[in-house]
Ligand binder design. Sequence first.
Ligand code: DGL
Length: 277
Amino acid sequence: MTVDAPDHPAPRDGIGVFDSGVSGLSVLRALRARVPAVPLIYVADSGHAPYGERDDAFVIDRALRLTEHLLDRGARLIVVACNTATAVAIEALRTRWPATCFVGVEPGLKPALAASRNGRIGVMATRATLASARFRRLADQHARGVDLRLQACVGLASALERGDPDGDEVRSLVSHHVAPLRAAGVDVVVLGCTHYPFAASWIQQALGPEVVLIDTADAVARRAIDLMGKLDAGEERDAVAELWTTGELDALRRASTRWLDFPVELRSWPPARVADA
Ligand code: DGL
């Protein structure tokens, strides 16, 4: 299933990162800033996004295929840079590859509680994340008795994936989804989908400057690096960053030009044949 060309030897001992689309690039950027000598391998599953509106079996199947590809390319640790895939599929990945270390991303309820003064916290996430047993456990563990306002932001990740984060579609979806949180008087909002930080300035504007936004990309990168430990041997040179997509290469090129400030190698990965959910 790999598409390794002979002139593309797999980098070894890297960190593999995947998301349903380009938004996991925020995690990749945080990783690169901290460990420039570690090879990074990323897959944007844009050909199968959005995950948040798919059923669990579909997301698990995609997560297994993407992880296999990342491991084939030399990843030693996998960052699931997608709240939805973490919520739905990370247990299946750990069961399939028990010796591999997986780091997931979850809505930052714990930092949200620490930041809140009035105890009213908004959570913006996909429908699948909010409906998952894993999210319910997280809320039980960290936010029992807290006034959580859950907002399933249907359409927002897709709109961000498709195009311009400053365009009309994104702005109107943001104001639609933020309105109930604003009306509820939340003072902290968790960005529980890795796409949403790309619309953070509009979300902040819609909520008002006094509301704190919580994004966990940097915390996830720190956790992955702790687990990688000795792999960052402190080499001088910058390691390769491979970016793969199951969607359009041009979309990945635009996103990486916009969000990353280091050189990357872009590659297409023809989507595997899977039945649509
Ligand atoms: N960016 C992903 C997340 O963090 C999923 C968005 C989607 O594909 O629906 O949840």
